[in-house]
Design a binder for this molecule. Sequence first.
Ligand code: FES
Length: 107
Amino acid sequence: MAAPTTLFRPFTRLVKITILGKEFEVPENNPLLRCFQYLAPEAISYGRFCWNGECQSCRISFDLGDESASRAAISCKLMVQDGMRINGLTSEIRYGLRTLDLPKADE
Ligand code: FES
């Protein structure tokens, strides 16, 4: 099932991100949690996410390449960037992305 396009902020192209080393293309100009929803529309939609910065269920760690330090963030408030590498996920997000066949990794 494809996610309804009205969920997303306007975008004209997809950007590349990696999640636990696996590459995906997601809509630019959108919060990362929305991008996760683009990849797994049903599971993320039914996940226990507040979408407003309160629950912390959407926490991730990420960097922007080899020269960049790892940072923690909440994905509902973090805008996606081309080349973003997501290296850590909460169990709630991991469960939401279970259809993507991500490699096993620690949170
Ligand atoms: S979804 Fe609750 S803090 Fe991001």
